[in-house]
Design a protein around this ligand. Structure first.
Ligand code: SAM
Length: 284
């Protein structure tokens, strides 16, 4: 009897997505969320938290390459980076492709997400969790950032959507704490979900970002398993100039980084900042 996952309607009251579950590899209610890992004929292994698809083997690179390489190549000299969330290891794996990155701290609230990602999602995280540049911390990102004395060149907020336990990572207070631990020229990127189906995940968090950062810019990527069209990332920094890089300079940085990518290119990077009016209006 074929089982079907059911995307929680907590994200979209108007429609639901069902994915065929050819095999359930892992199912557990952790102290923080419902965790299901299953195999699907189209997406391969799929991770769902509280019924919401987080990442899949087949399309994870769309999301992780744009989350990581856009800010790293915009900044141009990232040495120390912080990932809040990201327990599947996909963003970590992309970040560690940059040889110039000296240390990455990953703060994930749910140890079990890391444990089974290492065991079952090697197609996404590879051996990134074994890299000696990694400092893995199991903690609530809000409290950890509040207590943090270190300084970072880049902060990536790779969290669950603002309708789940991750909502604490979309507040002005949290963004202010993040701004406080960014060094000179530091950048922050957060995932702002899919505006067409979750408009509330864009306007308010962006306004909250704007309270602590002088400059913000949004860029988009359409991730097949995130239904509803383009999803948006918000990049924040201390100056508008610090959020963009000229074409030739970007080409040179990409060539020097010698990255193997399947979605990211310098042209995709620059093009991703071109927003359709319906999204631009939401940003105001
Ligand atoms: N790419 C996914 C998306 O866009 O929906 C996010 C993937 S990642 C698995 C999200 C992670 O954020 C989860 O493992 C979850 O446990 C973690 N998380 C949620 N709230 C957190 C918090 N307050 N501090 C640290 N990690 C948190």
């Amino acid at each position: 009897m074929t089982a079907w996952s059911e995307e929680s309607d907590s994200l979209h009251g108007a429609w639901r997505v069902q994915l065929r579950m050819s095999r359930v590899l892992y199912q557990q209610k952790s102290g923080h969320q419902d965790i299901v890992l299953f195999e699907n004929p189209l997406y391969g292994r799929v991770l769902a938290l509280d019924g919401i698809v987080q990442t899949t083997e087949r399309d994870e690179f769309f999301y992780h390459e744009m989350l990581v390489h856009v800010p790293v190549l915009t900044h141009g000299a990232v040495r120390r980076a912080l990932i809040v969330g990201g327990g599947d290891g996909g963003a970590l794996e992309e970040l560690l492709k940059h040889a110039a990155v000296e240390q990455v701290t990953l703060v994930e609230i749910d140890a079990s997400v890391v444990e089974f990602s290492k065991r079952h999602l090697s197609a996404i995280c590879g051996d990134a969790f074994e890299d000696k540049r990694l400092e893995l911390v199991i903690a609530d990102g809000v409290q950890w950032v509040k207590d943090c004395a270190a300084r970072f060149d880049l902060i990536l907020i790779d969290s669950t959507d603002p309708v789940t336990s991750g909502e604490v990572l979309y507040t002005a207070e949290f963004y202010a704490a993040c701004a406080g631990i960014l060094g000179e020229g530091g950048l922050l990127v957060t995932q702002n979900a899919v505006p067409f189906t979750e408009p509330e995940s864009l306007g308010a968090p962006l306004a909250a970002l704007g309270e602590s950062f002088a400059a913000t810019a949004c860029y988009r990527v359409a991730v097949p398993s995130f239904y509803g069209g383009d999803m948006v990332f918000a990049m924040a920094g201390q100056t508008p100039e610090g959020l963009r890089v000229a074409d030739l300079e970007l080409e040179a940085r990409f060539a020097a980084a010698a990255l193997a990518t399947r979605y990211y290119t310098p042209a995709m990077h620059q093009g991703a900042f071109a927003l359709p009016p319906y999204i631009a209006e939401m940003i105001g």
